[in-house]
Design a protein around this ligand. Structure first.
Ligand SMILES: Nc1ncnc2c1ncn2[C@@H]1O[C@H](COP(=O)(O)OP(=O)(O)OP(=O)(O)O)[C@@H](O)[C@H]1O
Ligand SMILES: [Mg+2]
Length: 287
């Protein structure tokens, strides 16, 4: 067992039943948090940074072929919750997670589970495009190589091409695969990061404000891409743009101070929110 897994095990043990009871008292989500076809199932998820609770008893499913957007004011816990879904919080000292998080019925916090393949199955795209300081080709080939997904160079070449095509970038880069990934425009770099994520055959893709560093044209391309990717993957996206949430997602989850206040069909959340806090946020009275 790795040191990180040990730390998580100890962290889980350190959370008392009194902590959980207190968390449950304050949390009650309005709306249907379940999906009829769940890939990821999260139940009673709590997260603390040292003594400060950042996520309070959150229940949420991420369904098959759906995009779920997570919205809410700065500091409400969107990134924290997203990071629970592929155990990225393990890397943060003092961060403790409790509750149940499953991918296709498998407990992703099982102490025996190796987080390296988990983070390929549940890939992540960050706010700022972060290509490796390597060629465009190597950015995409790196993951399949370390995970042993291809048998020879021809297969790897084909996988690199397929991933770049799915990310809508192939036509723009096919003649300069050996040039540095960092030499691409911001929008192209973000699509390269998406290609890199796709290359290792994920089930779920997590995106934390993937367009916040991009111009409107690059943003539109990523939004179109998200809609196409839905055919093959489940996607959870954090966004500060309510227009973006409305355009790309089928369901929307509204977070407020660590609570999941309301979740529902995206059009319902934006046209007919049931909770006053959701309404205040989407009408601009809060946040
Ligand atoms: N590494 C950390 N150490 C300590 N506290 C943290 C850490 N990361 C986040 N927090 C705290 O947890 C709470 C939730 O933060 P989080 O980053 O998840 O919010 P967010 O909704 O993603 O905000 P934003 O919209 O600004 O990105 C905040 O109070 C934040 O200060
Ligand atoms: Mg954030």
């Amino acid at each position: 067992m790795s040191t990180t897994a040990e730390a998580v095990g100890q962290a889980k043990a350190a959370i008392t039943s009194a902590d959980l009871a207190k968390a449950r008292e304050v949390s009650a989500t309005v709306g249907e948090f379940r999906s009829p076809t769940p890939r990821m199932v999260c139940r009673n998820v709590n997260v603390w940074y040292a003594d400060k609770q950042a996520i309070k008893d959150v229940n949420l499913d991420i369904g098959k072929n759906e995009v779920v957007s997570m919205i809410g004011p700065s500091g409400c816990g969107k990134s924290t919750f997203l990071r629970c879904l592929n155990r990225m919080n393990d890397t943060i000292a003092g961060c403790r997670v409790s509750g149940t998080l499953e991918l296709d019925g498998v407990d992703i916090y099982d102490k025996r589970l190796d987080v390296v393949p988990l983070r390929a199955q549940v890939g992540m795209v960050f706010q700022k495009p972060n290509p490796f300081p390597k060629s465009i080709y190597e950015n995409v080939a790196y993951g399949p190589r370390i995970h042993g997904l291809t048998n020879d160079k021809a297969e790897l070449d084909a996988l690199v091409e397929e991933s770049l095509r799915k990310a809508g970038l192939w036509e723009e880069v096919k003649d300069r695969l050996d040039q540095p990934g960092t030499g691409l425009s911001g929008g192209q770099q973000q699509r390269l990061c998406i290609a890199r994520t796709i290359a290792v055959s994920p089930e779920v893709i997590l995106m934390d404000e993937p367009c916040s560093a991009l111009d409107p044209i690059a943003t539109a391309k990523i939004e179109e891409l998200i809609d196409e990717l839905r055919a093959n993957y489940s996607i959870a996206i954090v966004t500060h743009s309510m227009q973006q949430a409305a355009r790309v997602s089928q369901r929307t989850a509204y977070f407020h101070l660590g609570d999941l206040i309301e979740v529902g069909q995206t059009d319902q959340i934006f046209t007919n929110p049931r909770h006053r806090l959701t309404e205040d946020y989407i009408t601009g009275r809060f946040g």
